[in-house]
Design a binder for this molecule. Structure first.
Ligand code: 3H9
Length: 695
């Protein structure tokens, strides 16, 4: 018997406990253990077999690390058929998360019981796959087509009570999974129950699957797996059971070969690897219970909201009692949202706004804070003044953080007597919603202070990514480069609307010009003014047509007009005709003859700019690993998850082609298109970005 499944016999009930930590994934040893366990229980003359998981969960799915390698016998679909066909009464006793292959195993057993806190689902869709061991065929038979479609296409985790209503499980009982499983098996034996294979249930009535397929494809913005899930459920309705299994398997195998599957599995593991930094291994973070936030605008209020929701107390410092009250109103508004969604109840709302949050107008109020984040006006002189004051009042050991999105943390730290305690914590707006947090580690930042940044990120349920110090850190620096590439294309003949369409077709939620409207055109305007004042580098291109919109008070969504015109109450805008005129005038002024850009030209240039800058960011050590860049773009900039992140995407399309594009573009604009040394090196060595993620 493989060690991954523990076999015991309790009278006439055989028991198989999975012991494959951390999540009892159904790797080879577990599958072998299941096969051997069934045979042994049958040979031992048991009447029933109970399957459960030791540790924190029932099976959380197939072992994802085996994907992409040759499958090894026994295959999970065969294990499921073997379970289903056994003459024993087989019971699954579930706790934790029964996911993917885990739920498929459960659906192949004859009866299912779960503890109240258990959750179950078919999340393969998030890995660019569909269930491949009968989930799309068995689930519609027990729960109906609509419920199955919902679970297969959304991948959501369904709580035990809902699963009971849907018919996915038969019983809920509190207690140890092994014990409740045995008790249920005993009841079944005593009541004369028989094995109950799902395959013997009638296939459900179908629906309009073509419409469901189209809807899934549109909702997924080109992601294939939800739409394939629809086809698999269709097979369950229209084909005999075994043929439907074959159809599911064919669709599963097709998806297994796609870049989308590779991209999404890269995202799955990178999301977990990103906050594990070798240099912070074993470094204990400082304890943080009380947070200070300076500045209660949208950003500061968002940070305070996230902190309050994670159980921290917050002192909010503002310049005047009126401004402090306005900050509190913003926080209360954010918390109202949490109240509406059922994340907190009314008592929790009262507690957070009245007890956990304190308003202040004097720096002394921050003396007790363990970590203080400033979110004040984005100007070096202002930040320095804040840090000087903080240095005077913060207790020894307090972590001092700046939420700056591009300013030099080292320079900010230099005005304090304790630069080792200073770091950047770059949140993304709205900070209580957006998942990304850049932890900006300065020259002098102490390791435990960096570790404290990561611990705070985890507590706030953020994806925390380490960044070194540079203008814009990882994300905004790369954004500024691909935005510039888009601006150049507009000057040279492309339309902003065509560019937006190409990028949404690629899978971004919004194109760069719609994003600029959302963020506020005044932000880019301020940056351009700053850069012009500092002096543009020799050979850099510039354009002023957007400045003209700003001069007329058009800042995008917030003023109703920008690249698009927004009708009140509608989120999406229609193209603003004035923009085309302004662009035409600028081209004429700069003596540019517009050229045609195909959609493919646009995509290649846009992505080449993104990848090239990302490679510089990694090559310079601003990002430690390519996966760090991938996670920043995924969680902060709407990069489509099914493309894995810009550097995973680059690996998949081929680095050589990208480099040769960049070199070709450099012939007409050598200033902008300087190939990243790291990209050149990888191409020369025949390696990929992903190679740098390992080790
Ligand atoms: C499938 O089943 C296909 C079948 O239909 C057909 C087959 C033929 N495999 O997330 P955590 C690791 S597809 C391997 O931090 P949590 C994870 O990388 C699968 N490893 O914990 C991490 O490792 P490390 C369908 C896995 O408590 C550690 O376990 N199932 C797997 O926050 C802890 O994970 C899914 O998609 C796996 N399946 O969340 C479920 N799962 O410590 C995917 C986890 O080295 N898993 N690991 O970083 C999850 O959603 C969450 O891990 C779970 C626990 C909710 C279970």
């Amino acid at each position: 018997m493989a060690d991954a499944m523990l076999y015991t016999l309790e009278g006439d009930i055989a028991v198989l406990g999975a012991q494959n930590p951390p999540v009892n994934a159904l790797g080879l040893a577990v599958r072998q253990g299941l096969m051997e366990g069934i045979a042994r229980a049958e040979a031992d003359g048991a009447k029933a077999l109970v399957i459960y998981g030791t540790g924190r969960t029932y099976f959380a799915g197939a072992d994802i690390r085996e994907f992409g390698k040759p499958p090894m016998d026994p295959y999970l679909p065969d294990v499921c058929l073997r379970l289903e066909a056994s003459p024993l009464i087989i019971v699954s006793a579930m706790h934790g998360t029964a996911l993917g292959g885990g739920l498929e195993v459960a659906l192949s057993t004859h009866y299912r019981i779960a503890v109240p806190s258990a959750r179950m689902g078919l999340p393969e869709v998030h890995l660019g796959l569909i269930p491949g061991a009968g989930g799309t065929v068995r689930l519609p038979r027990v729960a109906g087509v609509m419920a199955a479609l919902d679970m297969v296409t959304s991948g959501r985790h369904v709580p035990a009570a809902e699963a009971l209503d849907m018919g996915v499980i038969d019983r809920i009982a509190d207690g140890d999974p092994r014990e409740i499983g045995i008790a249920y098996a005993r009841d079944l034996i005593d009541s004369g129950a028989a094995p109950r294979p799902v395959s013997e249930l009638p296939a459900p009535e179908g629906i309009d699957f073509d419409a469901a397929y189209a809807a899934a494809l549109a909702k997924g913005r080109g992601q294939l797996s939800p739409a394939y899930g629809v086809r698999a459920v269709q097979g369950a309705c229209e084909l005999p059971f075994l043929d439907a299994l074959k159809r599911e398997r064919a669709l599963f195998s097709e998806l297994m070969e796609t870049d989308q599957r590779k991209g999404m599995i890269h995202a799955f593991f990178s999301e977990r690897a990103v906050s594990k930094l070798p240099e912070l291994e074993g470094v204990a973070p400082r304890d943080v219970q009380a947070l200070g936030v300076i500045g209660g605008g949208t950003m500061g209020a968002g940070i305070a909201t996230a902190a309050l929701l994670s159980g921290l107390s917050v002192v909010m410092l503002e310049m005047s009692p009126e401004a402090a009250q306005a900050a509190k109103d913003r926080i209360a508004g954010n918390l109202q949202g949490a109240l509406k969604r059922g994340k907190i109840d009314q008592a929790g709302f009262e507690h957070l706004t009245e007890k956990a949050l304190t308003l202040a107008t004097e720096y002394d109020a921050l003396a007790g804070a363990d970590l203080i984040i400033e979110a004040v006006f984005e100007e070096m002189a202002v930040k320095k003044e804040v840090f000087r004051k903080l240095d005077a009042v913060a207790k020894p050991g307090a972590v001092l953080a700046s939420n700056t999105s591009y300013l030099d943390i080292d320079e900010i730290a230099s005005v304090t007597s304790r630069p080792a305690d200073v770091l950047g914590l770059h949140f993304f707006s709205p900070a209580h919603v957006m998942k990304l947090l850049e932890v900006v580690v300065g020259e002098a930042t102490a390791p435990e202070v960096a570790a404290t940044g990561f611990a705070l990120g985890k507590r706030l349920k953020k994806i925390a990514v380490r960044s070194g110090v540079c203008d814009g850190f990882i994300g905004n620096r790369i954004l500024s480069t691909y935005r510039t590439a888009a601006d150049h294309m507009v000057l040279d003949g492309a339309s902003p609307y065509q560019i937006d369409k190409v990028m949404t077709d690629f899978g971004f939620a919004m194109g760069p010009f719609a994003v600029a409207d959302l963020a506020g055109l005044d932000i880019g305007w301020a940056v351009r003014k700053r850069k012009r004042a500092e002096g543009l580098p020799e050979g850099a291109r510039d354009s002023t047509y957007v400045d003209k919109l700003c001069e007329d008070g058009h800042f995008g969504q917030k003023t109703g007009t920008g690249f698009y015109i927004y009708e009140a109450g509608k989120r999406a805008g229609v193209p603003n005709p004035q923009v085309d005129d302004l662009i035409a005038a600028e081209r004429a002024e700069q003596g540019i003859t517009p050229q045609d850009f195909s959609d493919d030209d646009i995509l290649r240039r846009y992505m080449a700019a993104m990848v090239n800058e990302a490679a510089k960011v990694v090559g310079e050590g601003i990002a430690r690993r390519p996966l760090d860049v991938d996670m920043v773009l995924l969680f902060g900039y709407g990069f489509p998850r099914f493309n894995g992140g810009p550097l995973k995407w680059a690996d998949m399309v081929g680095l050589e082609g990208l480099l040769s594009d960049i070199k070709a573009y450099a012939e007409t604009d050598p200033h902008f298109w300087t190939p990243a040394p790291l990209l050149e090196q990888l191409v020369a060595e025949g390696r990929t970005f992903d190679d740098l993620n390992k080790g």
